[in-house]
Design a protein around this ligand. Structure first.
Ligand code: PEP
Ligand code: MN
Length: 357
C-alpha cells in the first residue's frame, strides 16, 4: 500500500478508502448480490469472512474454501478488489492461490504472536496487502509487534484496522474505542495507513456514522464496514450489519477535512489531554482514598468530620498557588470546594456506617 496515495495493486484510492461487505460470505447469491450493490455505489474493495473465528464451537464457522470461488466471481463481474481474514498458513495458501488481493489478521489472531509469526513466514516473498486489526486487548505494543513481524518478513503493504477492544462491562460500544491507542500507533509509526472498523466498535447500525465521522476527524485513512444485502438474515454479526444503500448514505454524509496537518496536531493534543485527564482522575481517586482513611482515623479518635481551620488553610494555600500558576482563582476555589464537599460526604459515610454497627 502506497501510504500517502492509497495505492493497492497499482490502483489509487481517494480518502476515505472503503472496504465493505458481509461479516461472512454465506452463499454465492448473498456474496454476489451484496458485491454488485456495493459496486453500483462506487465501493472498490469487497470484504467477507470465509473462515470465521467464533467465540464458541457450534456457531457458523464460515463456508471455507468454496467461498473463494465466489470471490473470483466478484472480481470478474464487478472489478472490485477482494479481502478476507486469514489465521494460519493454510488459509494464506488458499487465499493467494485464489487471487485474493488483501488479507487481514483478525483481532484474536493479532493477540497471538505465534500465529502472527506463522502468518508472517507464510507471506514472506509476496507483495500482498495485509491489514492488521488491533488485538482484542488494549495493548499497543502487541499491535505494533504484529506490524513489526510482518514488516520483518518483507511485507511493506501493511495497514492497521482499529476495531475496538473487548470489555466485560456491557455499555454503549460492543468493543471500546480507546482512541488514544491507534493514535499512539500513528505517533510511533507516522507512515502507517490507518483504517477504522466502526461495525465491530459500535456493534449496532446507528453508531456506524458517528464512529466513522470521528475516525475521519482524527485523520484515519479509511473504513472497513460490515455490509449485508439483508442484515436480519445474516449468519454472523447480524446486529451490526447495514445494507449497501445505508452505507452509501453514510459515506455521502461524511465530512472529510483535508487539512491533515492540523487534524494530526489536534489528535496529538487530544491524546495529551486524555492522558492528563486520566492522571487527574487517578489523583482524585487517590485523594478520596486518603480522605476515607482520615475518616476512619477520626472515628477511632472520636474527632468531628469538619475541621474548619484545616479547611481554610488548605483552600487559601492552594488559591495562592493557583495565581502563581496563572490558573483562575475563582475556578480553583470551585474545584477545591467540590473536592472538599465529596471528601466530607465520604467521611460522613464512614461515620454513618460506624453508628449503625
Ligand atoms: C470481522 O471483521 O468479521 C471480524 C471477525 O473482525 P474482528 O477480528 O475485528 O473481530
Ligand atoms: Mn464480523
Amino acid at each position: 500500500m502506497d501510504i500517502k496515495n492509497l495505492t493497492i495493486k497499482g490502483e489509487s484510492f481517494k480518502k476515505p478508502l472503503i472496504l465493505a461487505g458481509p461479516c461472512s460470505a454465506e452463499s454465492r447469491e448473498q456474496t454476489m448480490s451484496t458485491a454488485l450493490e456495493l459496486a453500483s455505489f462506487g465501493v472498490k474493495i469487497f470484504r467477507a469472512g470465509i473462515w470465521k473465528p467464533r467465540t464458541k464451537p457450534g456457531g457458523f464457522e464460515g463456508v471455507g474454501e468454496r467461498g473463494l470461488d465466489w470471490f473470483k466471481e466478484v472480481k470478474e463481474v464487478t472489478g472490485m478488489l477482494t479481502a478476507t481474514e486469514v489465521a494460519n498458513s493454510k488459509h494464506i495458501e488458499m487465499a493467494l492461490r485464489a487471487g485474493v488481493d488483501i488479507l487481514w489478521l483478525g483481532a484474536r489472531t493479532t493477540a497471538n504472536p505465534f500465529a502472527v509469526q506463522e502468518i508472517s513466514d507464510a507471506l514472506a516473498g509476496t507483495d500482498v496487502t495485509v491489514l492488521i486489526k488491533n488485538p482484542v486487548n488494549p495493548d499497543p505494543e502487541l499491535w505494533l509487534g504484529a506490524v513489526e513481524r510482518l514488516m520483518n518478513s518483507g511485507i511493506t503493504n501493511v495497514a492497521v484496522v482499529h476495531r475496538g477492544f473487548s470489555t466485560y462491562e456491557k455499555g454503549l460500544f460492543r468493543n471500546l474505542p480507546h482512541w488514544h491507542i491507534p493514535i499512539e500507533l500513528k505517533r510511533r509509526v507516522p507512515s502507517l495507513t490507518m483504517l477504522c472498523d466502526p461495525s465491530h466498535i459500535g456493534g449496532r447500525p446507528e453508531l456506524i456514522y458517528p464512529i466513522s465521522q470521528q475516525a475521519m476527524d482524527m485523520g484515519f485513512d479509511g473504513l472497513m464496514v460490515e455490509t449485508h444485502i439483508n442484515p436480519p438474515t445474516a449468519l454472523s454479526d447480524k446486529e451490526q450489519q447495514i445494507t449497501p444503500f445505508a452505507l452509501n448514505t453514510i459515506i455521502k454524509a461524511l465530512v472529510i477535512r483535508e487539512t491533515v496537518d492540523s487534524t494530526e496536531r489536534l489528535s496529538e493534543l487530544r491524546r495529551e489531554m486524555d492522558e492528563v485527564d486520566e492522571r487527574l482522575l487517578d489523583l482524585i481517586s487517590k485523594r478520596m482514598a486518603i480522605s476515607r482513611e482520615i475518616g476512619r482515623y477520626k472515628v477511632e479518635h472520636n474527632m468531628p468530620v469538619l475541621q474548619p481551620v484545616r479547611y481554610d488553610y488548605t483552600v487559601n494555600r492552594r488559591i495562592a498557588q493557583a495565581s502563581e500558576l496563572l490558573v483562575d482563582e475563582d475556578f480553583i476555589r470551585t474545584v477545591l470546594e467540590a473536592i472538599h464537599e465529596e471528601s466530607v460526604r465520604q467521611q460522613l459515610d464512614i461515620f454513618g456506617k460506624e453508628e449503625k454497627e
